[in-house]
Structures are given as C-alpha cells and as structure tokens.
Write a new protein. Sequence first.
Length: 215
Amino acid sequence: MRSHAERGTEGEMRSMIAAIVLAAGRSRRMGTQKLLLPWSGQTVIGHIVDQVLAAGLNQVCVVVSADRGAVSHALADRSVTLITNPDPDAEMLSSVRCGIRSLPPECDAAMIVLGDQPEIRADTIAALLSAYRRSSAGIIAPIHDGRRGHPLILSSQYFPKVLTRFDGVGLHGLLAEHVDDLLLLEVSSSSVLADLDSPDDYKRAIKGFSGEARQ
C-alpha cells in the first residue's frame, strides 16, 4: 500500500476525471427517499452534487432508478447526466457499472461518490482529486481515524475488472486485490465515513451540519 508521502510525480497531468454519483437506492431503512430529504436549503442529492461541482469536476454522472423524475427535478439547472439503473434492487456495484459504461472513452478515472453522504465537503473532494493527479497510484481512498471511507477514485485501467468481477463483494474486492496500487489519503473530516441509512442517521447528520455551519 502506498503512503501519501510515497506518491510519484508522473501522474501530475492526469486530469480527465469524472464523477459517478450513486443515487439508485430505494431507501427502505429510511422509510422515504433519503436523497430528496431537506439539506442546507435544498435536497441531500442537490447538496452533494453541488459539492462535487464546486470541487472542479464538470463531468458528473448520477445513477438513478425509479425516482429519476424527482431526482432530475432536484438537480435542475445543474450540468449532470442522469443514467438509469434498470435493476435498483441489485448491489451497489450494479450502479457503479452503469456509471462506468456511460463515461466517455477518454476518461482517465472515475470518482465514486455516495448519493447519501451529504456531509461530504468540496475541499475533501478537491484534496482527493489533487492526490490522484500528483500520484502514480491507480486507486485513491480517504481515511479518517484509521477507517477507510468514500469517495473513491479509480483509474480507468480498473474499469474492465469492475465491469466483470467482484459480484458479492463490490469494490472492496478490487481494493483488496490491488492494495499495492492504493493510496490512502488522511483527511481531517469524518464526513468520509458518514452516510444516511436511517432516520436517526439523518437527525444526527442534520444536527452536526447545522452546528458546524453556525461556527
């Protein structure tokens, strides 16, 4: 596993990075579509996409399912491409594959962004992008307090494997198989570990986000 200090310089010019925002889940544990819950004057998914765009990613694919119309409305006036996952009950890897298939051939890498991680910040996303561009590593992941989180950046060299392998284990399988090409970037924000699964998660996140905004 590469440390941040061991990064190379040959990757300095790698720049064609697209974002794949995973927004196809049914939100069963939340009891309502969590991506459309209020967040910072808009919706969860709108806020997340705004953070992605603010970090400098202008090629953004949002993978949706049955709620395509509502999500599209929530993302109005934003320059994103919506891709429908025809099997929303499949594992998350299914949506990652839908996103990868939609990317242009010149895309050098993809950042995999969770659509239910509204505490993620543009500066954290930008730090991951900078690490990828300055490093020779093919996989970048954030780490906080010893725990690996999201978003992840995957070089296009791994797209064929993601499209054909790792059913049942998802991207964890890819990272475990290529630990020698993985750069873990230490970040100060715990947002890389926090997603929304339940109403309690949402209440906690809203309280924390509101408190941070008042500081």
